[in-house]
Design a protein. Structure first.
Length: 165
């Protein structure tokens, strides 16, 4: 389906499919969903590859719903709890935002503190823990780099304006 004029189909198609089949398909975005499942914003120009990515996320979402025993009883049809796939998507967004809050609080120890929180709240395998540690360490490094760049800009720009050309 070509929902949008851009070559990237997965975002528009998943959102259209979620609109048509809200209890079956989770909307996919580039900011939260892709990095959660792949550690980065996975992109491929070929429609077949994007379908494989969509199918992989669809399968993983189904597995999450099954493992958490999520059903229609867990939704109320309002705001953030409109369907099981939307619950999962919103949990991914919450996961990311909570990590950002931890970064602001713990800086270098963010990953260690966040993994400890996850272990207290969930049960996951050693392989899952290693996956999340790697994913979160990459995110921590990006946040640290971004923060460093913002500080650098604040220090350099005022100094440059002091010079007369």
């Amino acid at each position: 389906m070509e929902i949008m004029k851009y070559r990237r189909r997965i975002v528009g198609v998943s959102k259209a499919m979620h609109f048509l089949l809200p209890d079956l398909v989770m909307p996919i975005d580039s900011t939260y969903t892709m990095p959660y499942f792949y550690g980065a914003n996975k992109y491929n120009e070929k429609a077949e590859k994007e379908f494989q990515t969509f199918f992989d996320i669809f399968t993983k979402t189904h597995r999450i719903a099954r493992n958490l025993k999520l059903t229609g009883n867990d939704v109320d049809g309002e705001k953030w709890k409109t369907s099981v796939p939307k619950l999962i998507g919103n949990a991914i967004i919450g996961f990311d935002k909570t990590f950002n809050n931890y970064f602001n609080q713990f800086k270098k120890d963010t990953v260690k503190q966040y993994i400890a929180l996850l272990k207290d709240l969930t049960e996951f395998t050693l392989a899952e823990a290693k996956y999340y540690e790697k994913l979160l360490e990459g995110k921590r490094i990006k946040l640290e780099t971004s923060l460093r760049e913002k500080i650098r800009e604040k220090l350099i720009i005022p100094k440059i304006s002091d010079f007369s050309f």
